[in-house]
Design a protein around this ligand. Structure first.
Ligand code: LLP
Length: 414
């Protein structure tokens, strides 16, 4: 299935014209395809075959309620990285037992609420955090289900900002320390160890780091069983990358096969926390050209009404996103530096792009923006968060309205 395709030279989302939506709602706006989200979720889920598993969608990738509800209806569980994402998950209808609580810095007030909730697991990141969870569990008179996040010292070979599995990264407990910590859990009456957890990075496009992390977990789980500490499941995190530029990347099927092959000898169910691979390609950011001006002899600036405030990835990681004109014109091509409206030189959305000639008012679609796009948007320059639209079954609807000036000052007291 092709989600975003040209019909009569105009880019459509599942048969709905992006220009029609933009005319009705203005730009910038995000457009998501419910069908693509379903298809991408199922591709991962079905690749497990009959091997016991559960997908916990990583809410941080995009926690728009409309998207989260689509995934819940498919049987997804949730991975929350803050108490606020837990609240969002509860609001979207996930029971606490379907939520894992991950994150390197869980504040006292977050744990205070999370511990008595009966979550599937709190993925603990340090000895200190384990102690804090235990004393809150004792105070609440519960036995908290915990997983230990281990730092396996594996290089994800992704962008350094989103590689998390090396010793030098802030995440998890070093493998050597983990065994001691796990042994200690057995002696605590208010904790029960349910899993070990790894997440070595995001936008991983080769199989080795993912396979190595899974093998690491399988070996540890086997050791623990021998030592009399059986686990309920293993949590292998997220990280499966997508192709932003058309180059081949590891497929969902190969990814899942590698995980299952590594874990099968332990017989343990697998928890996986995919985010980007499900929603990334299912969304575009539609923007209008607001100015065109000369740059070099060979290229021009095309200034658009979306930038680092709506999609931070290019400015933050030098990330590449394809940019397509919504209306395909003649064969002619010109070179553009596509830039946002924000007062920062880093606010470049696409460098050196060959596009059909652009004029003020033309629409462009920034592709693969469904993950870590809207979720990382900000109000810098007092720009309102973008409006969001979901296309489902040939119909489109606004799932988040645009912020107003009143919204932008609503929290302030003069
Ligand atoms: N589980 C844990 C513990 C995580 O930290 C993450 C992502 C995921 C799952 C989901 O990973 P995914 O399947 O989406 O790769 N803002 C960055 C990505 C940061 C990812 C953070 N953690 C970006 O725009 O590329």
């Amino acid at each position: 299935m092709s989600t975003f395709t040209y019909l009569d030279s105009e880019l459509h989302c599942d048969g709905v014209s992006l220009a029609t939506i933009a005319r009705a709602e203005g730009t910038p706006l995000y457009v998501y395809s419910a069908a693509a989200i379903r298809e991408r979720y199922r591709a991962i889920d079905e690749a497990f075959g009959d091997y016991p598993h559960r997908l916990h969608y990583a809410l941080k990738a995009n926690s728009a309620l409309a998207i989260v509800r689509v995934l819940r209806d498919l049987g997804s569980a949730a991975d929350a990285n803050s108490i606020w994402e837990i609240d969002l998950a509860l609001r979207a209808g996930f029971p606490p037992a379907d939520i894992v609580f991950t994150g390197v810095g869980k504040a006292g007030h977050e744990l205070e609420r999370a511990v008595p909730m009966g979550l599937k697991a709190i993925n603990v990141e340090s000895a200190g955090e384990l102690e804090r969870v235990e004393s809150l569990a004792a105070r609440a008179g519960v036995r908290a289900r915990v997983a230990i996040r281990i730092n396996p010292d594996i290089d994800a070979r992704s962008h350094p900002h989103i590689s998390t599995g090396l010793k030098i990264n802030k995440f998890g407990v070093p493998a050597a320390e983990a065994r001691e910590l796990i042994a200690a859990i057995g002696r605590r009456s208010h904790l029960s160890l349910v899993a070990v957890h790894v997440h070595v990075g995001s936008q991983i496009t080769t199989i080795e780091p993912l396979r190595n992390a899974a093998s690491f977990v399988a070996d540890l789980a086997a050791d623990l069983r021998r030592a009399g500490t059986p686990l309920e499941y293993v949590d292998l995190g997220g990280g499966l990358g997508i192709s932003y530029d058309g180059q081949a990347v590891v497929s969902a099927r190969d990814y899942v096969t590698a995980l299952v092959d590594a874990i099968r000898p332990t017989g343990l169910p697998i928890v996986s926390e995919p985010g980007r691979a499900i929603v990334g390609p299912a969304g575009v950011l539609v923007a209008s050209v607001v100015d065109v001006k000369p740059r070099t002899a060979a290229s021009e600036f095309a200034v658009i009404d979306a930038g680092m405030t709506e999609l931070m990835r290019p400015a933050l990681y030098s990330a590449y996103h394809r940019i397509d004109p919504v209306r395909q014109a003649a064969d002619q091509r010109r070179q553009y530096e596509i830039v946002g409206p924000v007062c920062e030189s880093s606010d470049v959305v696409g460098r050196d792009r060959e596009l059909t000639p652009l004029a003020v008012g033309d629409l462009v679609a920034i592709r693969d923006a469904g993950a870590y796009g809207s979720a990382m948007a900000s109000n810098y320059n007092r720009r309102p968060l973008p409006l969001e639209v979901m296309v489902d079954d040939g119909q489109w609807r606004v799932v988040r309205r645009r912020q107003t000036v009143d919204d932008l000052v609503a929290l302030e007291r003069e």
